[in-house]
Ligand binder design. Sequence first.
Ligand code: IVH
Length: 713
Amino acid sequence: MTEKPRSEGSKIEPAVAELDEATARVELERLADILGRANTAYHSEDAPLISDGEFDRLRNRNEAIEARFPELKRVDSPSNQIGASPAPGFGKIRHTRRMLSLSNAFSDDDVIDFVQSIRRFLNIPDTDITQFTAEPKIDGLSLSLRYESGKLRYAATRGDGETGEDVTANARTITDIPHMIDNAPEVLEVRGEIYMSHQDFAALNEKQQVIGGKIFANPRNAAAGSLRQLDPEITRFRPLRFFAYAWGAISEPIANTQTDAIDRLKAFGFQTNTLFRRCATTDEMLQAYAEIFAQRATLGYDIDGVVYKLDDLALQDRLGMRSTTPRWAIAHKFPAERAWTMLEGIDIQVGRTGALSPVARLKPVTVGGVVVSNATLHNEDYIAGQDSRGQAIREGGDIRIGDWVEVYRAGDVIPKIRDVDLARRSMDAQPYLFPDSCPECDSPAIREPGDSVRRCTGGMICPAQAVERLKHFVSRAAFDIEGLGAKQVEAFWRDGWITTPHEIFTLHARFGPGHPRQLKNREGWGEKSAQNLFAAIEEKRRIPLARLIYALGFRHVGETSAATLASHYGRWEDFRSAMREAVDPDSSAYSELIAIDGVGPVMAHSLVTSFHAEIEEIDKLADLLEILPAASRSSESPVAGKTVVFTGSLERMTRAEAKARAEAMGAKVAGSVSAKTDLLIAGPGAGSKARKAAEFGIEVLDEEAWLSLIGAI
Ligand code: IVH
């Protein structure tokens, strides 16, 4: 290509032919940086940094300089980046076994409750010892490594727990990850944490500073940024490490206890944490916590808590998991980091359900290595010094603009305000007046009795609610459309290109090829990125029912409830007609809805009223989609899709375990008998439920018959 001087930012680019060696070197460095950042922004962040055209031009320029000065080619040269401009993102890998997260304990009492609830669930007598393990919770990112016949087949990030990114080539460059392991089962998925040591993190940032590259905020971000490089040669030069602490699919058991399993992983050649230990009592667990906490500062890598796991793997199996977390493990988090600073102002943000959320604007302060300038203030009662029941918090001290407040943050959560220093309050500080109208659309903002939150009544005429709903709609656990993040949604909304969810699916018909206004001509977009977005939208026309229900953003319906509703109703048509009928609280559809375990009257009310109010948009959207029915978790099981009710006392296992097992077999467990009940499992002492079942002519099994039906005995 012909080289003319051109400007990129404020720099004037000299023609390639005119470069001497020294300027060529500097120029290659600059291009590696811009293209590297553009690539990252394109693939892993929400906004493209430069247009596709500009990307291509800079890439060509880089290649032309490299052709003239081959000896100056850099290890991180953009020409090594896989694929054409910009390289496609990472491939996706569906985990054969979900990658779980952990529930949290924040106090000794939470740990005691955790142990007791396990003992109760499994009905372990107080006199029996139950062993647990304790180990540091590494603050990095989790990775799953699949070995087949001892060979590393692939490596995948956690992603949403079900599907992660294929980072195999990158993982192969990490010394702690063996390419081959001996004497392993045919299939072995090893799971653990990728992290960076403090020393390596400091050295990396120093290097980045010199080359004008990205400076990372903390070792965890540095580890994530280094693993998720499209070019594995960049990962190779980033000092990443890996601790193995768990496993996914395995073709045969590797041990009977957690402790022995970790020893096996070590024998296979993995790094395991040396602070791992076994504890026979809750006191020992808490002691392990105190000891690990005491060593935190000298470990040389970040940890953010202690993980306890039940040692006996057969018992782990019996406990099973909740929707995203195992019942047999918990993370005991270290206390939050705190700091005092000045409250400079209070902003009110309006969320997708109209909630007015006060946000503290703080004089920036470092809390545990991170600069904090905003924190949540929860709601108006919190500012006034009261909890949801009207009891005084902070001894009743209210929070005023200009006050000195104590901020804390625990892990990744939004920073919070803990306390206020009344002694430092200025004489003229005024109590904060919470607005009673929406700052975005001026509609009245009201508080329903019993609700701690004040809400804008503007509904979809409120721009904040409309745009927040769209953001929720495209979020990760909802439609998760690649290339359509919060920033793009805001921009499309502002320009009227996408104002309601269904318009996402008509975007191509309105702004695709052949139209007067085209996406590819929009600022920040190009031919390729527009095509990619259309393809990504197209891909999500097929959507599992649970995701759709969650995406619709009904108040009180989170991911777990959406999954429960989906598996109860199975098909969209059934869900839709049930919600339509259930507007009438006397209908059988309504009784069915509130009989679902996990659905209470509050959720049911919000669900059916919103469904009713928004039916027009919902139908328009559904018409544009292919909604995949919810598969029952185990469709071959004899109880899949059946509604069962337990009553009376069970002898072989606790009620909680029986319920968890039934659900794991694909049954729905309801709390009360109705015409929809398929099976009643009645132990001794069954009363009214058994009589009601007899009235409805429902099949009744005793515990033995039930266990043999599900193949448990
Ligand atoms: S066990 C089935 N052990 O914490 C449980 N997780 O908050 C699998 N993590 O996603 C996790 N150190 O990324 C386990 N020693 C440890 C851990 C650990 C860090 C991470 C992991 C997980 C997250 C959950």
